[in-house]
Design a protein around this ligand. Sequence first.
Ligand SMILES: *Cc1c(COP(=O)(O)O)cnc(C)c1O
Length: 410
Amino acid sequence: MPRQRPYSYLTHLECSRCQRRHDADVLQNLSSCCLAPLLARYDLNAVATDLNATDIADRPKTLWRYHELLPVRDPRFIRGFAEGMTPLLPLERLGGQIGVPRLVVKDEAPLPTGSFKARGAAVGVARAAELGVERLAMPTNGNAGAAWAAYTARSGIEATVVMPADAPSITRSEAVFAGADVTLVNGLISDAGRMVAELVAGGGFFDASTLKEPYRIEGKKTMGLEIVEQLGWRVPDVIVYPTGGGVGLIGIYKALRELQAIGWIGAAMPRLVSVQAAGCDPIVRAFDRGEDDVQAQSDTHTVAFGINVPSPLGGRLVLEAVRATNGVAVSVSDEDLLSYLRRCAATEGLLPCPEGAATLAAVAALRQQDWIADNEEVVVLNTGAGNKYAEAIEVDLPTHERDASLLRNR
Ligand SMILES: *Cc1c(COP(=O)(O)O)cnc(C)c1O
């Protein structure tokens, strides 16, 4: 009788520092050996034997189409919103203007709660439910809190969310309406993280902080899987990612390596670009200094709230991914990213989030420096919907009396 194929080919968790194996079927946070992030590992030989890229094509258009490479063993724990398979859209007009005619955006705005954080929450919450979590806590810059609140509500898990008071206000509302216990802090996400760590130390909560929880990255990895599938199982020349905690970039890199291991793509890798805001660029600084570890920054600030992460736990892994692919880490000013936000909306009708706009500003700068050549295919990640950032995109217009002649006289 043929062996029954498992839904997930997850085998274990691996310490990202010393490669020691850890049990994937009990709750884990950082590795007990090195206090480093744990990475999910799969039986990739078996995946290569059991599955072809063409098998995927007929599956529902959600991120669960890659379930063999995701950690949830029993699909009954998946209670999401059919999330994933966001569009890959050419930006011909804007690309033409900045000298990158093959500019493409992976637009994450259509995801539930309006950002790619839904991917991490979909997978992270389903796996937490499978492992018996009833209450969890996490710091957030807003979007992750909104996403995790929505998914935990659907799974019947209680969520405690701590976010900076000046995070986009809509994310606060989203989390509160989804029933999360939300605390605002006068500080940065790192301050929120310290509060969560104290709460968790007291017992009763699972710590779902970025990279202290091993499965959110698996959800974010699906951005990389989708980009490759949507290009016809082919990689682009460059992928540009707005980096805060760095999970998305680490995830995309992990996806590419796994696809190589199962033979669905060849040895060529896209160059991975980590974009940060000039007001918060600890990864760029470490990259420029040639260092492996990222130094924490203080008093960071940027309108691109999702990438205001002064002390990213995964910094080391981001640097590894960027260097291993001959990529680069660059920062852009708020002024520049806001100007590309407007330009993208005006030329393409797509209102990116400030983080997504940062990738466009970076592409323009890298093209000017000839780091990107004019015939290269460049995929940027628009990690969320611009309309979540009401405070950042406010416009002042006068209100008129009801007199149609005003319109004719303009
Ligand atoms: C969280 C967030 C980011 C940064 O994501 P990481 O994967 O943690 O680096 C970028 N953009 C938006 C809109 C975000 O919410």
